[in-house]
Design a binder for this molecule. Sequence first.
Ligand SMILES: [Fe+2]
Ligand SMILES: [Fe+2]
Length: 191
Amino acid sequence: MYPLRIDPKHKDSLARTGVSRQFEQELRCSHAGETGAVWIYRGILATRPAGTLRAFATEHLKTEQQHLHLFESLRGCYRTSLLLPLWRMAGFLTGFIPALAGKQAVFATIEAVETFVDLHYQGQIQALNRRTQREAERAILNLFEICRLDEVAHRDEATQQRTVTPPRRLILWTTLVGAGSKGAVSLARHL
Ligand SMILES: [Fe+2]
Ligand SMILES: [Fe+2]
């Protein structure tokens, strides 16, 4: 288990002076993303009373809840997205729909989502790192990096379990999921 929480001394500093506008946007965006992630796994679990996919989703859900908890703990620094109900619903359907089609569709979906999330965290970390010298903000970026490494592990696990080449309709679905994730990020930065 890792310490996925902000050091109290940084938390005090953040509570006193807040964060820059860019940090505020990226925190809102990642809070929205981690909310969606929790609901993806809830969507999968809704279709599976038992079995290996249930075990996979339960394990991943635990990690996503820790990520969400981290962003919840920083809520004093930013306004959460006004579209949270939409992110929950979109997340749920992103898990539920492929789970109806079968395990391989779920693994391909998780692989696509986590590939996107890895790149998204990388972009955030690089961009924000350039814009701050502040210790408390740098501490937030270290936590982003811990989350990113978890997402990479999720992606790799899904890749390992995906044993068949995705059929055309599944490739269309994962392309749609990727495009939807991109659109959601742009919206959640501001809304
Ligand atoms: Fe996550
Ligand atoms: Fe993840």
